[in-house]
Write a protein that binds this ligand. Structure first.
Ligand SMILES: NC(=O)c1ccc[n+]([C@@H]2O[C@H](COP(=O)([O-])OP(=O)(O)OC[C@H]3O[C@@H](n4cnc5c(N)ncnc54)[C@H](O)[C@@H]3O)[C@@H](O)[C@H]2O)c1
Length: 733
């Protein structure tokens, strides 16, 4: 049976080397390997057959797919798990299959090259040995928590038995991935080898080692000497390990629970269940621990939180695909993207303020050169300081080396002279929010840039792109590329096309935003596009409620309890009251029939209240830090200091329903092309709670008919902005 191929399924190829069976998992129909039900059934057969082969000396599980060992279980399986029992059974089935690797009488080795996540890592953990390549694509992790689940293929039981409790908690509760070097340090793999040595080394282990069992292995607190501290809970593992085990465990559990409460604010059930599975599993035999894991997995898979997170995962994955036609993509790649990626050309970054410097930072971080232009040396210097401090900070955190920092900063050429832009195929504009300045900039660029087909992408947050493009020689090359602040952190780019924007222009901006690591929504032009428009309605509603007599803190608290990262009044202070009010006023012109704003806003602005940036807002600020609500602002409002009691749920409902309703109007009008786009934009651009899955997913959970009914009631009480969008009634079920 040496060097022979004995069986092939669609995705699993079995061959033999020196009596060692090698199972090669490679789904050629997909870019990533994922376990579908069919593949799991095939794997079960293949491994049973292999182990029954007389003379077998060992078994290697590997993949010849470049950059992917196994990315986990196919996500569509989760849709079929509609009851707790179905979830529990699916987990138990996976346990039974992976147990075959653990129970094998000959050594089993996972030989990992590339992505090894979720079920892929759980299979590997059931193997007696794990080795991986040093390739940069090699990443190991258990990301199930990000889907509102716990690792249901044995991860909560085997990972702590392999690497210790605290490091296992760190990986499971954060869902983070580790590279080969860290995996070796953690003891997650025993060997890191170059790609071309992977199989040879795996076969060698099979021939020279014995099977190892985790059954009798007690869970430790960490590989002492290898792991200094749990990064998750800030616990000193070595110190705790010196304590008697039960005390150490109690402390770890308590500290971790505190951390979970702080991180999840009680909105996400999965981390607590994962902790329970892991800690209770400590004191039980592996098989009992696995049973508990299956039960808790079943509990989680049917939670609305998990359904929402799985929905988001699916939407994010689908949105990665460039939606423009092949000709447009090719033209954009040839003229814009490839030269940028090769370093042959650069992005013209117009404006070195908050947004311009942020965009240049991310471009540079992704190896794209830019020329950063501002009005004068001071402006450019300010921008460069922002960029420098970003890369300094990453260096301090040891994410990059000094060389990388210097190289990143070196990719940005500061300038005050527009002729520097002469050779660029694309300008991203982030100057002041003023149409005439944007028009001036466009004209100057047209005069300075050689390629008459250069793209002009505006980062405006509220000016219709069509109005900017109206001044262009070639309006087909003008587009909106709306980033969010702070650019390095915020994961969304909203691409705005006009009727005239060419697919080539849109495709180029899509590919650049992708390269910058952003999630993307492509929307149609209109006042406030999608995200600014729906946010304006939410903030206006909060101001209406304030004007009706609610307190600042009640409004913020209501929305935070709903799950928003910050309340709307705090957000307005952050964005700048002047900026926010300007946008709302612009949108008021466009939606005069329904966008209601309290007249008192004017006198608040007249008092030079700009929010955090000048330390005068709805809140007071102490050394730049938000302190208390500034009650002196109440004198501008109808009820003065006489603040009234408002039901927090009523406050949240008003803000959220007006927001959802405007999102649905955007869908009715074709501003967004689908509910999924609406969910993606609201979550990644505006912080809508991920556990609710976005405004449309949330509305679906509530039931469209109920949403329409509530809106009708609110409309009668509060005004036309609540009159239900047709989307709710057209699709009410
Ligand atoms: N701040 C945000 O949260 C945010 C979010 C999304 C979009 N935007 C949009 O991005 C744009 C920039 O906003 P920002 O917050 O970075 O503003 P900013 O005031 O921080 O920066 C604007 C920069 O443009 C420069 N500038 C102005 N006129 C110029 C000219 N003629 N030539 C060269 N440079 C010039 C200014 O000197 C300044 O450095 C605006 O259109 C804004 O609406 C802002």
């Amino acid at each position: 049976m040496n060097n022979t191929i004995t069986s092939i399924t669609k995705t699993l190829r079995v061959s033999w080397q020196d009596s060692v069976c090698i199972i090669d998992f490679n789904d050629e129909t997909k870019s990533m390997n994922a376990f579908s039900r069919e593949i799991l059934t095939d794997l079960d057969k293949v491994i049973s057959q292999a182990l029954a082969t007389p003379g077998i000396a060992g078994l290697v599980m590997t993949s010849s797919k470049p950059n992917c060992f196994a990315a986990g279980v196919d996500i569509s399986i989760f849709d079929t798990l509609t009851t707790q029992a179905a979830g529990e059974e699916a987990s138990a089935t996976l346990h039974a299959l992976f147990q075959k690797f653990a129970d094998a009488p000959v050594p089993t080795v996972a030989a990992i090259n590339g992505i090894c996540l979720g079920g892929g890592l759980e299979l590997s953990l059931a193997c007696h040995y794990r080795i991986c390549t040093s390739h940069s694509s090699t990443q190991l992790g258990l990301p199930e928590i990000q889907l509102g689940l716990l690792p249901g293929g044995g991860g909560t039981q085997r990972l702590p038995r392999v690497i210790g409790v605290a490091p296992a908690l760190d990986l499971i509760l954060t869902g983070k991935k580790v590279d080969a070097k860290k995996a070796l340090k953690l003891g997650l793999v025993s060997d890191v080898v170059p790609e071309n040595q992977l199989l040879r080394r795996a076969v060698e282990i099979c021939k020279t080692s014995q099977p190892i069992s985790l059954e009798r292995k007690k869970m430790g607190f960490g590989q002492l000497g290898q792991v200094k501290a749990s990064e998750f809970a800030g616990i000193d593992v070595q110190k705790l390990a010196l304590e008697t085990n039960p005390i150490g465990r109690t402390i770890i559990e308590r500290k971790t629970l505190e951390q979970i409460e702080k991180n999840t604010k009680g909105f996400y059930p999965a981390p607590k269940k994962a902790l329970e599975a892991l800690m209770k599993g400590l004191s039980r035999p592996l098989a009992d621990g696995l049973k508990l894991e299956a039960k808790l997995f079943g509990d989680l898979v049917v939670t609305p939180e998990s359904r929402s997170l799985v929905h988001i995962f699916r939407v994010v994955t689908a949105a990665k695909k460039n939606p423009f036609d092949a000709d447009a993509q090719n033209a954009a790649r040839e003229k814009v993207i490839q030269p940028l990626l090769n370093g042959d050309t650069f992005v013209g970054m117009l404006g070195a303020g908050l947004m311009g410097s942020g965009i240049a930072t991310v471009l540079s971080d992704k190896n794209i050169r830019s020329a950063l232009l501002d009005r004068d040396g001071l402006g450019v210097q300010r921008g460069l300081r922002n960029i420098q401090s970003y890369f300094d900070d990453r260096m301090k955190k040891r994410r990059i080396k000094k060389f990388d920092r210097d190289a990143a900063i070196g990719r940005i050429v500061p300038t005050v002279d527009l002729s520097t832009f002469a050779g660029t195929p694309i300008v991203i504009e982030a100057v002041f929010e003023d149409l005439s300045i944007k028009h001036d900039m466009l004209k100057h660029c047209e005069a300075a840039i050689h390629d008459e087909d250069f793209i002009f992408a505006s980062n405006t947050s509220s000016l219709p792109i069509g109005r900017i493009a109206a001044a262009a020689k070639k309006p087909e090359n003008v587009i909106g590329m709306h980033f969010f602040s702070p650019v390095p952190k915020m994961p969304l780019v909203e691409i705005i096309t006009t009727d005239k924007t060419s697919a080539r222009t849109a495709s180029a901006t899509f590919d650049i935003a992708t390269k910058m690591g952003k999630n993307i929504i492509v929307v149609k032009d209109g006042p406030g596009f999608y995200t600014t428009r729906i946010l304006a309605f939410l903030i206006s509603e909060a101001l209406n409620i304030l004007s009706e007599g609610a307190s600042i803190e009640a409004i913020d608290q209501a929305l935070e309890r709903f799950g928003m990262p910050v309340g709307p009044i705090t957000l307005l202070d952050e964005v700048g009251i002047d900026v926010g009010a300007h946008i709302i006023t612009v949108l008021k012109d466009a939606f005069a029939d329904r966008l209601a704003i309290p007249p008192e806003l004017e006198s608040i602005i007249a008092e030079d209240r700009k929010g955090r940036k000048n330390g005068r807002g709805f809140y007071t600020y102490l050394e730049g830090k938000k302190d208390k609500p500034d009650t002196s602002i109440y004198k501008h409002l109808k009820h003065g200091d006489d603040r009234k009691h408002f039901d927090l749920k009523e406050i949240a409902d008003r803000c959220v329903f007006v927001f959802m309703n405007e999102a649905a109007r955007c869908l009715d009008e074709g501003i967004i092309d689908s509910a999924d786009t609406g969910d993606l934009g609201a979550i990644f651009g505006l912080g809508f709670p991920p556990f609710l899955g976005g405004p449309f997913h949330y509305a679906q959970q509530l039931g469209y008919a109920r949403v329409a009914q509530t809106l009708n009631e609110m409309s009668a009480r509060y005004g036309a902005r609540f009159a239900p969008a047709s989307h709710w009634t057209n699709f009410a079920r």
